[in-house]
Design a protein around this ligand. Sequence first.
Ligand SMILES: Nc1ncnc2c1ncn2[C@@H]1O[C@H](COP(=O)(O)OP(=O)(O)OP(=O)(O)O)[C@@H](O)[C@H]1O
Ligand SMILES: [Mg+2]
Length: 171
Amino acid sequence: MNPAPPPSAATAVPATHSLRWHSETDTQAFAARLAQALGLHGGDAFIALHGDLGAGKTTLVRHLLRALGVSGRIKSPTYAVVESYDLPGFAAWHLDFYRFNNAQEFEDAGLREIFASPGLKLAEWPEKAAPHLPVADWDVFLLSTGDASRTVHVHIGSARGEQLWTAGTEP
Ligand SMILES: Nc1ncnc2c1ncn2[C@@H]1O[C@H](COP(=O)(O)OP(=O)(O)OP(=O)(O)O)[C@@H](O)[C@H]1O
Ligand SMILES: [Mg+2]
C-alpha cells in the first residue's frame, strides 16, 4: 500500500486571506470577481458576512447581486430577514439575522429549506442564527478603517470555498 502523500501547499486549505479595500470601488471590484467565480461554480455557496453596523455587508451584497445580473431595487433584508432573487442560472438569497429572535422564526420563514437548496446564500449577522446555520464556505469579516477604507478577512471554511477563492483570484 502506498503511504499517503505529505500535505503540501497545493493541497492545504489556507485558513484566512486578508485584503484591504481603499474605497467602495475596491469593494465593487471584489464583488465583480466573486460574481465571475460564482458563475463558474453554478452559484452554489454560503457566504457569511460579519462586521459591525455600517461595516459594508449590505453594500458588498448589493455590488455582488448587481454583478450577477440583478437590475431592480436591492432592498436590505433587515426587516424581512430574507430577500430572494432569481438570477440567470441560479437562485440567491440575501439574509439578515440582525432582528432574529428564535428557532421558530427560522422554521416559519422557511430558512431551513433555503439552506437545503442549491444556490447562493449571503447572510449578514450570521452569529445571531449560528446554531441553525451550516458551516459557511466563506466567512467574510469586514472592519471599517476609515470613511471608505475596509480591512477584510476571508476565512475559507470548505473545499468549495477554496475553489471559489482560487477561481476569483486567478488572473
Ligand atoms: N469600501 C467600502 N465598502 C463598503 N461600504 C462602504 C465602503 N466605503 C464606504 N462605504 C459605505 O459604508 C456604508 C456601509 O453600510 P452597509 O449598510 O453596507 O453596512 P452593513 O454592514 O450592512 O450594516 P448593518 O449591520 O447595519 O446591516 C454604506 O453607506 C457604504 O456606502
Ligand atoms: Mg446590512
